[in-house]
Design a protein around this ligand. Structure first.
Ligand code: HEM
Length: 492
């Protein structure tokens, strides 16, 4: 095999990339460092350090497994799009199995295609119900904000996106599905779902040794999450046997509920649970983190906040009686769009990701002394990429790459950034919920700024440089210090 690989590499003029700067055998020093950083809630700072010391494309060798890490747009375009057929999700299905089973996030090949086709109709742009539901959920969130009182928005954002995603899945929010006991059940669910994801990310870092990380606490958290989703699945099954295949009215006929489409295919409870958990994970945490970082950045950058508020005022009104924005109003807010774009540059919700080669192949750049030669990736090797680090590259974004400056997207300078900007991934597995997520996030931010003319951080709040704050990394990056703000109804 080795000789065949060498011939393959020579034929394609491959040259090896630099090795990462590990000092102990098996890369153990870096693994230990990663765990220390994770405990301090600064794991992404560690990834930045590795990129700085080892280069934007380097070879890693962790616990005996060789792989490539790359933060190079050309290479990512190859992995995710041009050479899509050469790669799959690698060990992810095994790492994620106890919580997620088999769903769109953990499948490859024909199974993945099938899941994607089932889900796609949910996001067709004419599905207005999705937007109507977001509106109601945002009003419930606003109702929980007491003026002039510090509030941590991060858990509220998770609740909001939990409700909107369960609406996509089940045609109703989980709160209305389980109205009487929702308060206690949801927090138990949220705790379990968050904890089990933390374990998934630890398992991911252990690579082939993922099975070492399977303590009772993790198994319990998975069970609680499953119980919760199973109850909603059972309700959909009961409903569908009561009214098989028939939509009740016009409104229902024009809507598409994911679970109903699934129930037409199978009544296998395990299959239904897995598919639903996968979408719940995709939709809840990503958008909640985007909202959290948006508000954190806005309160720390008052000039951006003021400019955004001025745009909202010029398109619709602000104030407690202002009309609620329609989709068309949001489309007329270009500054809002680039604020969100810039937030997802600095805090891409899925900051670290990877694929694995299913056959021996090459990546276009990163090898040899100039870094311009192709590099060999052997069958089974992982290609890791940290979008968070790539989005902070000064050679791609300029000297002020670490600064929150939405205006950088205004001129043409970044128009060829291509795979150098990758918050939603690219190629055939590009995020299905992108449009929905931006609508949801945009609407939520506009309603908050309309409703409250003043927003600032509470007294005693830590205000660090962008990127130096505490972060919690599961599959997504959330704020380790929450999102504490104070809203006021009257201007200062
Ligand atoms: C700001 C919000 C969001 C961000 C930044 C985001 C980002 C991403 C990323 C990076 C992936 C690729 C994962 C991978 O292949 O490894 C992805 C996939 C996906 N996203 Fe999103 N997402 C967001 C919101 C949503 C929402 C609201 C939904 C649906 C409710 C959603 C549904 C999906 C699905 C189903 C996939 C899997 C696609 C596939 O593998 O074919 N996303 N998203």
């Amino acid at each position: 095999d080795q000789r065949r690989d060498e011939a393959f590499a020579a034929q394609r003029h491959c040259a090896p990339p630099p090795r990462w700067a590990a000092r102990w055998p098996f890369g153990l020093d870096l693994l230990v460092k990663a765990f220390v950083h994770a405990r301090r809630q600064t794991i992404l700072q560690f990834f930045l350090e590795v990129t700085d010391s080892s280069g934007t494309t380097h070879e890693q060798s962790l616990l005996g497994a060789r792989g490539i890490n790359t933060m190079e747009p050309k290479n990512l375009e190859a992995v995710l799009s041009k050479q899509f057929e050469d790669f799959d999700l690698g060990l992810r299905p095994l790492h994620f199995a106890p919580l997620m089973g088999k769903g769109i996030f953990t499948q490859d090949g024909a199974d993945w295609k099938h899941s994607r086709e089932l889900l796609r109709p949910q996001f067709a742009s004419n599905r207005y119900q999705n937007f109507e539901e977001v509106k109601d959920c945002v009003e419930s969130l606003l109702a929980q904000i007491k003026p002039d009182t510090p509030i941590d928005l991060q858990p509220l954002f998770f609740r909001l996106t939990f409700d909107t995603t369960t609406f996509l899945l089940f045609g109703e929010t989980m709160s209305s599905l389980q109205s009487s006991t929702i308060a206690s059940q949801e927090s138990e669910f949220a705790r379990a779902f968050n904890l089990s994801q933390e374990y998934l990310s630890h398992r991911g870092r252990l690579g082939l040794f993922y099975w070492l990380m399977n303590p009772p606490e993790f198994r319990r958290a998975c069970r609680v999450t499953h119980r919760f989703v199973d109850a909603a699945v059972q309700q959909a099954l009961d409903k569908s046997s009561a009214t098989p295949h028939q939509a009740h009215d016009e409104k229902e006929r024009s809507s598409y509920v994911f679970i109903d489409a699934l129930v037409q295919q199978t009544r296998d409870k395990r299959f239904l649970r897995d598919q639903c958990i996968n979408v719940l994970l995709a939709g809840r945490d990503t958008t909640a983190c985007c909202l959290t970082w948006t508000i954190r950045l806005l309160v720390r950058h008052p000039h951006v906040l003021a400019k955004l508020r001025a745009e909202i005022e010029s398109v619709i009104e602000v104030g407690s009686n202002a009309p609620h924005p329609k989709r068309d109003d949001l489309r007329k807010m270009p500054y809002l769009a680039i604020v969100l774009k810039e937030v997802l540059r600095l805090y891409p919700s899925v900051p670290v990701n990877s694929r694995a080669a299913i056959r021996t192949t090459t990546l276009p750049v990163g090898g040899g002394p100039t870094g311009e030669s192709p590099i060999l990736v052997r069958k089974g090797e992982a290609v890791g990429y940290c979008v968070y680090a790539m989005h902070r590259r000064k050679d791609l974004y300029g000297e002020d790459a670490l600064v929150f400056r939405p205006e950088r997207w205004e001129d043409d300078k970044l128009k060829n950034i291509g795979y150098g900007y990758l918050p939603f991934n690219g190629g055939p597995r590009i995020c299905l919920g992108q449009e929905f997520a931006m609508l949801e996030a945009g609407y939520t931010i506009v309603r908050m700024l309309q409703r409250f003319p003043v927003m600032h951080w509470p007294e005693g709040e830590r205000v660090e440089e962008v990127g130096k704050e505490k972060q919690t990394l599961t599959l997504v990056v959330a704020s380790g210090d929450g999102c504490r703000v104070v809203f006021s109804e009257h201007g200062k």
